[in-house]
Each structure stands twice: as C-alpha cells, then as structure tokens.
Design a protein around this ligand. Structure first.
Ligand code: ADP
Length: 390
C-alpha cells in the first residue's frame, strides 16, 4: 500500500513539475520576445523599479548613452542617466521626470518643440551630451506604481533645423525692420503737413499706406520677439517698476480701437502704484497681448473689465471680456505658436497666432504665469501673475 502511495506521489510530482516547466518555458519565451521587441526599436528604453534602480536597458539606449547593460543593471538610475538643463546644471530630483513620475504615477512627456530652456539633456558615459525628447510612463500593477519606463530619442537634428529656421526668421525680420521704420517716418512727415498741404485723396491714400506699414511693423516686432524667445536670447533687465503704469500705458494705446468699436472699458486698481522688481519692457509684451486681444475679440459695444490686485506673493492682472470666447475643444492649443481658433478667423481675419505664445514664454521668463477661462459666445477672462519682489 505504501509503495502504491509513493508511486502516486511520484506521478503527481512529475505532472506538477512538467506543468511548471512548461509555464516557465512559456514565461521565458514571452520574455525573449519582449526583449527582442524592445531591443529592436530605435528609441532608447530604460526601465527602473520603484526605488529608481535600473531594471532594463535596450540596445538603442546602450548605444545612445554609451554603456553596456551589464554595467548598469541594479544601479540607481542617476548614476547612468544624468539629466541636465540647457545651462548644464544637473536636474534636481523634483525636476527630474523619472523621479516625478515615480512620485506622481503620471505620464510625463517632453517633446521636440519645447523652448531651449525646457529641453532636457542626457549626459553620455563619455560626458558629451545630447538634447532628448522623452516620455516617462509609470508601470502600474494592481493600482500601485512599481516602476517607470523612460523612452527617449536624440533630437539634435530637429534642434539644428529649428535653430536655422529661427535664425532665418530673425535675419529676415531685422532686414525688414529698417525700411519699414523709414516708411513710417516719411509717412509721418507727409502727414504732419510740414512738406505741404495734402489733398483729400492724397491724405486718404497716405492713411492706408500708414496703417498697412504699422501692421507690418507689429508683425515684424512679434516675429523678432518670438525668435529671441526661441533662441533663449531674451535678456531680462530687472528694475523697480510700477506695473499699474505699464498697464495704463497700454490701455491708453488701445483707446483708439476701443473707441472705434464703441466698447466700454473699465480699469480697476485700488492702489496708487504697484511696484515690484521686474522687466517692464518684457511685461509690456504680455499685457499688450492680453489687453489688445480682449479688445480685438469683443464685438461692438461689448464690455471689458481689467483689474490688478495683490494676490499673496503676486500681483494678479485679470481681464474679462464679453467677446466671442474660445471654443472648448480648441482651448488647450491656444498658447501654441501660430494657433488661432476657428471663430477668431471669421471675427478677425487679421492675426498671426504668435501673441499668446510670446506672452506665455515671456511671463514664465519673469517668474509669472498666464491662464484663462472662456466660454464660446459668452466671453473670456485672462489671468496673469507677476511675482512681487523688492
Ligand atoms: P492672434 O490674436 O494674432 O490670432 P494670439 O496668439 O494673440 O494670436 O491669440 C491666439 C488665439 O487665441 C486667437 O487667434 C484667438 O483664437 C484666441 N484668443 C486670444 N484671446 C482671446 C480673447 N480675448 N477672446 C477670444 N479668443 C481669444
């Protein structure tokens, strides 16, 4: 009886063993397949566990970062994946996407279209570096983040093309600016009648020339602003500035348009002056855009309320209009370069979609923020914060 029992047990064990062996073989086969798949893609892939230790590196990552997988497996990722910003400073933990991802469990994407300051550089084993576009996704098992996968590619070529495009725009704009300024001066001279009285028709034609020229100057100026921003060449000249005054000057300049459109424009500011250390010329770009947009995208007899308040450590400028609004499905693209919403085209054919892009990059350079709330057909409210510094 005992022998029979032993034989049965041996048989059971054999069956169990075979089952396990085939399960293991299956897992091995899947693993080999996965590794072959990950190994053959062109983008670099680095996977880390929840402590940030490297679990897997594919062939492309080995080549791009110039090391062998055996050298790095099980090591903390900071040792092999040094990330830097444009200035060559190592990204602190809070700014490192891999760490951010492990902490938040949210996918993080940086693309090739970011401004230079936002580009992340990967440092290779030999200490040379390259700009990278990266996607970091959390690995989630049963609701818990157990690691992260970083997929990245070298965007040196994209950056080079982008740079030469920007340089071309910058060169063309500079060359155009000089003759346009000359046209403006001479037109103003003719208009001032110092050179003789103009007939009614001559005056009318001259006005058309003047308006067209001013439009071109504005376009060239914003193109120059954008190319300086894209090249990271904006120099901030901080000084103690009254931001209330900056806003007032722009509102004054917009008065002609406000009057033309018979709009009601209210400016609210309880304090006599609102001083902080910032670059008033840069701030002008931001205020000019949100204020002129409110006027531009509000139909005749509409109402606009602009206010500046203290809000904690910031001054907060808000501008509310009763204009055409921004369609919900297009709101997330509003700060993109050259983007214009569909309804903006029909309301105001003239526009370039560069203003808000420049405004956002500029206010971020000054340490502030810009955002908006809007409802199509009802109106829009833009907000701008400016840090209070003494
Ligand atoms: P532009 O005004 O030259 O088109 P901007 O970059 O200043 O370019 O603005 C981008 C787009 O944002 C506009 O084309 C328009 O669709 C939308 N927009 C901006 N401000 C407003 C506003 N106050 N009301 C409605 N739409 C706006």
């Amino acid at each position: 009886r005992q022998r029979e029992r032993m034989e049965k047990m041996a048989k059971d064990l054999e069956v169990a063993f075979k089952g396990e062996k085939s399960a293991k073989e299956k897992i091995d086969a899947i693993r080999v397949e996965d590794e072959a798949l990950l190994g053959s893609i062109g983008d670099g892939v680095v996977a880390v566990d929840k402590e940030g230790k490297v679990m897997f590196v594919n062939r492309a990552a080995e080549e791009m970062l110039d090391f062998k997988s055996e050298q790095v497996i099980e090591k903390p990722y900071e040792q092999i994946l040094e990330m830097q910003n444009e200035k060559g400073e190592i990204l602190v933990k809070e700014k490192n996407p891999l760490y951010q991802d492990l902490n938040s469990g949210k996918k993080i994407v940086t693309d090739a279209s970011g401004t230079p300051e936002k580009t992340i550089y990967f440092v290779k084993n030999d200490k040379t570096k390259f700009p990278a576009a990266i996607t970091v996704a959390p690995v989630i098992l049963q609701g818990k983040t157990i690691g992260a996968v970083n997929v990245f590619r070298d965007i040196t070529v994209e950056r080079r093309i982008d740079k030469s495009k920007s340089e071309f725009v910058s060169l063309a704009s500079h060359q155009l600016r000089t003759p346009l300024t000359a046209i403006k001066w001479y037109a103003e001279m003719l208009m001032s009648k110092k050179t003789g009285k103009l007939g009614l028709k001559q005056k009318k034609y001259l006005d058309v020339i003047y308006d067209g020229n001013m439009r071109m100057i504005k376009l060239i100026d914003i193109m120059l602003d954008v190319s300086r921003l894209d090249a990271g060449k904006v120099k901030i000249r901080n000084e103690l500035s009254d931001i209330k005054k900056v806003a007032e000057i722009i509102i004054e300049e917009e008065k002609v348009n406000i009057k033309k459109r018979k709009q009601k424009f209210v400016f609210e500011c309880e304090e006599k002056e609102m001083k902080t250390v910032t670059d008033p010329n840069q701030l002008r770009i931001v205020f000019q855009n949100v204020i002129s947009n409110a006027v531009k995208y509000t139909p005749e007899a509409g109402r606009i309320v602009c206010s500046i308040k203290r809000d904690g450590d910031n001054f907060l400028l808000s501008i509310k209009d009763s204009g055409i609004g921004i369609p919900k499905d297009q709101q997330k693209r509003i700060f993109e370069k050259l983007f214009r919403a569909d309804n903006a085209f029909s309301h105001q054919p003239d526009g370039n979609g560069l203003g808000l892009y420049a405004a956002k990059a500029t206010i971020e350079n000054l340490g502030g923020k810009i955002w908006f709330e809007s409802k199509e057909g009802e109106g829009t409210m833009f907000f701008v914060t400016i840090p209070i510094k003494n």
